[in-house]
Structures are given as C-alpha cells and as structure tokens.
Design a protein around this ligand. Sequence first.
Ligand SMILES: [Zn+2]
Ligand SMILES: [Zn+2]
Length: 867
Amino acid sequence: MAPLMPFFCDVALPLPLDIAFTYAIPRGMEPVIGGRVLVPFRQQRMPGIVVELHDRTPQARVPKVKIKNVIEALDLSPVLDEQLLKLGRWIADYYLAPVGEVFRTMLPLSAEFKRTITYRITDAGHMALHLAGMSGSPARSQRTREEQLVEFRVLDYLAERDSGRANENSLRGATRISRALLAGMARKRWIAREDVSAPRDAARTVKVAVLLSGEPGAPARQDGPDACPHVDGCSAGVPSAVAGACPEPADGAPHPRSTSSKLNANQRTLIEALAAAGGRVPVEAQRGLNLPRTTLATLVRRGLAELVDEPQEFSAPKLKPRRSPFEFEFSSAQQQALGKIRECVDARKFSGMLLHGVTGSGKTAVYLAGMREVLEQGRSSILLVPEIGLTPAMAADLIQVFGDEVAILHSGLSNDERAEQWHRIKRGEARVVVGTRSAVFAPVSDLALLIVDEEQDSSYKQEETPRYHARDVAVMRAKMAGAVVVLGSATPSLESYYNARKNKYTLVELPDRVENRPLPEVEIIDMRQEFQETGKDQVISRKLAEEIRDRLEKNEQVMVLLNRRGYSPVALCRACGQALQCKNCAVSMAHHKRERKMECHYCGYVAHIPDTCAHCGSEYVYFVGTGSEKLEELLHGMFPQARIGRLDRDTVRGREDFERALNALNEGELDMLVGTQMIAKGHDVHGVTLVGVVGADAALGLPDFRAAERTFQLLTQVAGRAGRGESPGKVVLQTYFPDHYAVQFAAHHDFAGFYDKELQFRSWMHYPPYSAIANVVVRSEKLDEALAWSGELGRWFEKTRHEGIRVLGPAAAPILRLKRDYRYHFILKSPSREKMNALLRKMLAEAAARKIPRTQVIVDVDAVWLM
Ligand SMILES: [Zn+2]
Ligand SMILES: [Zn+2]
C-alpha cells in the first residue's frame, strides 16, 4: 500500500469558534500533527495547531471558495504531544471552550511571533482620493472638514507607496490620524486592515529599561524642599511604619504641590523598582508593577532611563539560597506520607492522594522530598502553587534543592522568559517544574508525580476562556499519563474531601504540627455584644486591644487580618443616602486615603474623591466602614510605639514587596503586620503569637453557596499563622456571626465536623459535590440587549426538555453591571455532568443561531464565583 500523502490539514485557530479549519498543504511542506502552522484567515495571518492530516477534499461551506494554502509549517516536531493534545481536547469538551483557544493557553510561545498591523489602500480608497482631487466637495462643518483632510492625508500617504501599504505605527506617526477615524475609514472600505503574525528572527532581543540617574536615592532628590512630607513619608512602600502619624488633613483636601518637575508616585515606584533590580529590568517584566505604560515613557523622555535591546539570554539575577527546607527531621506522619507517594510512583499507574495536613505540619517538605526521589529516577514532576504561594524565598529553596533541573513559572515572567522556560522543559533540561496555574501544561516527558499545593485555592480557576480549574486538569493529566497526583491542603475543598471519603483518592493525614507544637487557642468575640456594652461601633474590641498590648510588652509579634483593602469601602451622601458607584460596575467605589483617590476593586477604575454628591449635589459626603488602610491607622493611634507594616494589594506591587514585608516580620523589624487574606496564606513566621481577625466573616452575608466554605478556610488559614515557633499561639476572632457553624468549627480546629455539616447542606441544596454546576452569564454593554438575549435563552431553556437538569434564571447577576457589561445569568445543576454539558452545547448552538455573539454568552462549568 502506498503511504498516505496528506493534501490537507485541519488547523485549530485561537478564535472563539468551535471548529477547525481546513487548509491545503503546498508541495514539499511537511506539517506535523501537534505542530504549529502559519495560515491565512480573513485579512490576517495567524498561527494554529495542526489537529489532523488527511486527503479528503473538503466540502466548501461556501461554494466556489477556494481552499487556501498553509503559508508556513513552523515546527518539525509537535509542540503539543499526543497526550497534551488529548488533554486539550478534554478541556475544550469539559469546559465548553473553543479548542484553538485552549491550545493557545497551553502554549506560552506568543513571544515567538511578531504581530504587525498594516493598512492597505483599496480600489474604493483610490477612487475617493481621485474624486476629491476633482471636486473638493466642501464639508458641512469645520470638524468634518478637518477629519476629511486627515483622511485624504492617509489615502495620499498609502497611495504614494509602491505596495499601497504601511504599518499602523508609521502611518499614524506620519498622518496623526486617530484610531477611531482610522477604524471609520476601514468601515468605509477605503482602506483594509491586515493583521499579520510572523515568526520572529532566531536572534531575538529583549527591550530592557536601564536606569540612568544613578543610585536608588536619586528619586528622593527629585522632590524639592517644598515636597509634601505626608506624601514622602507614606509612599515609601512596605513596611510603612509611620503612616498613622502623618499630619494629613482629615478632610482629604488636596495637598499643596510644588510646581517644579517632581516625580509622581508611579514614576517613583518604577525608579525604585529599577534601582532594586540593579538598574536593568526587561520592559515586559515591569507589568507586574501594575503601572501605566506611559510611566516608563515619561522617564525616558525626561532622561532618567533609556531603552536598550539586549540579547534574549538576558535574565534577572539569581536569588540567594537560604536555609535548607530539610532542616527538620521528618515526623513519622511525614515519613508515612512520603512512603505512600513512593509506593504509588513505583506502581507506575494513576492514583490520586489527598494530603490533608494541619497548618504547620510540614507538607512542603514532603512534596520536595517526593519530587527529589522522582528526579533521582530520571522521571519528571510538576508542583502547582497558588498565585501568592510562589515567593522568591520558595524559589530560592527550590533552586537549592534541584539546581538547574528546576524550571520556575510564575506570573512575573516576561513572554520571552516564559518561552525560554518552556523550551528548557521541552528539551528535557528541566525535569522539575514549579509554577502557578498554567504550569499544569508544562511539556515534561515521563511525568511521574503531579502535586497541587493548597488545592482549594480559587486562583487555580481561570476566570477567562478557557475557564479551566488547574486542580481538575492536573487530575486528568495524571490519569492520562499514568502518574500520581497529590492534592495538598490544610483545608481541602469539599469536592476533594468528598472524593477522598468515597475512596476516589487515598486520604493521607498529617494531624500534628512539626515538633508537636500545639494549634493555637481561639477566642470568639461577639461584636454585637461588644456594641451593646460599649455603645460604640468598635473596629478593635477591648479584648483584642488588651491581647495586642500584652504581646507588644512581651516583644512578641501580632498579625491582624481585615479582608478588605482601602481606607473605607463606601462613600455615602448624608443628604440623599446614595453611595458613589463605579461608572463601569454596579458596586461602590472604595476610598484610598493615602493615594487620594476612589477606586473600584472590580475593574480598577479610579476617580477623584468627591467634594459633592453626584446625585443631589450635597456637600455632605462621608466615608463609611473600615479597610486595611484605616485599620493600620487605627492601630497606630492605639499603639504609637509599635512598628506596623501592612500587606495588601496596595502595598504589594510585586512578589518582592511581599517577601520584603514578611522578611521584616521574620527579622523582628516589625511588631505588627496588618493585611488582607494575603497575610493568611502559607507563610512561616515564628515570632507571631497572636492573630487578630477583624471582619473576616463578611463573606457569610454574600449570596454564594461557597461562602461558608471560604470563610472556614480563611479563618483556619489565618489562625494557622499563630504559634509556629517556640511560644504557643492565640487567635482572637471578632465576628457578628458567633454561632455560625463555619466560625464555630474553625475556632475548634474541627475540620471533619465542618465538612459533615457543610456536605449535608450541599446535598439538600443540590450543590457540588452532589451536583455538577454551571453558571451561564449573558452580558452586553447595552442593557436591553442583555435583557433580550437572556430572555430569549430563558424561553428556549423553558421549552427544551431537559430531564434531570435544573435551570435557575434568567436572573440579574448579584453584580448586575461589571466592567461596563450588564449581566444576567442562569445556574444549571445536574447530577449528570454529561447531560448538563449536552444541554449547554445545544444552548450555545441556539445562541449562535440567534446571532448572539459567542463572546457575550459565558459558560462557566464548575464556577467558583457566582457573583
Ligand atoms: Zn446626595
Ligand atoms: Zn468598576
């Protein structure tokens, strides 16, 4: 039999479409399944993944449309091997996501492409230019005349060039046309927009920002003698030990500003970050700072920094190693857990394990020991950690244990660095992979062990397409690879604990802290009673204040958790009672006192602090409630001698800031650390003997069936920070829900009790793990569209027979408007995932038939967030 000569290939493209596209293969080109090809698509060129090679002449969907040719085969061997292709298809199917978008998520190789947008003058454009030269028909208004002039300048510019084309940057630079006007010209079909991807040259370079102004002290000098002392003192970053003492005007009036060319807060932050990194940082890596792009451009314009091209090998300086994570003798429970992992790995077939270890029981040491044994056998392992879990200190530990064999993937990497790490793993140079969510797709071969640390953490769920849960993908990948998956947690998710109880996973417990340290004592303070007794709405109860005073006197350390950032969460008008809302979202904007702004915590929109009410014009706007910034200030007032640091998204701009604050606590440079849930996760600080919990129960009031579980987990995690050293710890838990079972069980460290109670509730209400769940959100910037579409789908659901599936809705989403979109949703529940997904698939087909754009109907399978 003659070997098959494929003439066509089916390609999955990164588009919101559920189909693959067929292209012809030119003679001599040899694309491979799982490899990338560059193909034409509409006015664009884009890379896709070959999913099939065949010789069946395709039935053109539109008659007489010629099958286009593949432009270039980019890979000689697959970038997605058979197993990863299969995993990608499973994700597409399970989460109802377009497979091309899944493959794109799995491959962090966007750095290998250069995207160019060009504009080409069309025949209609030539005609318009020609007619204008003849008649010069006068426009009606001044504004239109000006716009016409700009348009003809663009047509002229393009017509002058041999190709009739120019790339967007040079075109806009030469003609100063606005994006909107350019888009308008494309709509009139005078010009055609072409979006072209091309592989980048082999010798790649990285844009690096270089600080020119010398030593890190430089920015301070930029602030003249007339700079505001408040701003200086307070924007120093973490830890900000003097913030509470600032003589800031209480009314939030603007500070007197000098007119000299000072640096603003963003510019100072960037300069400090550049200086801290030795004066040279890749431009891409600065995204982690969350600063506007213009900040760097301004520094360059002012001669404080310059941009240079460095060869791609440029990488950040290596971190110093610190003490070994193996400094403790393994307890017998740790040894047993390791033994179990070893046994399962040696069996060379799939098995799942839930490692339930109380806070401080030494889970990480077990993971690393297991991974070291796997590496010694020449096999591979992957460790997933939550976003916040991968600190520079942990990276240093890993490098110390695994040397060059470890690849570390985190959100601070540039696209180039990410691609470089991916190739190291693919080539087999790194057989130990540690990273956040997407590291589950690392292209290791001979995978033996996959570990998911803090498996209950919500950062494992991706909140954009494809909406996969990395823990569940890890379990599926381990199944496909015949590997061992270990889910570790002090507070396992209901789903995983349920699976362990049903013997889907082996349950391994680490019931004790290392060196038999006791779990902290927890005292519950009923804040309703506190209010009755004091007649005041206290933030810090008398008992917590007394305990803090006691620890400070003994030179012990304190952590205080308030899971809400900013100064006050709400700005309210006394006259009409309205709150200041975000212009993009139906939520209150929070007051940030030090940064003098109102900020939406959902979309990031920033506004001025209002002088008057936007609704009635009244001047009586006041700020209600307490956030972590205000808590820090209050504690300063109560304990002026204490050195207090704060840890939340406002003080932490990168992983280094986070690490710096924790180091300051570890080194005894701080007495107290205040913060949001960031302070609750996984850190090992030995001097903390008291943890105060202020308002961690707010979630219990939310209409979300996971509220109790989240509250229990948060309380348990933060309580776990106390007493990790020699001295025993105590937790003072302030709550308005003292009798709630989540609070009670957390206070008694009673995991099993909580799970029993919560499982009962879930079973009654048909929620996971007893039922599969999906959240379908229909969204549009136009309210009537969102209403009409959700209404149409609602009627469709009603008349469709769907036995065994409950469909709730359409209802307004708890946050009706988010990031400019109005949102209505359906919740689907079914004991049969197959039936539920089949119905969802039909619903998407129905939506497509009704011309509702796929991007406006979000299907979130196993949703963790129902707001
Ligand atoms: Zn008002
Ligand atoms: Zn907003």
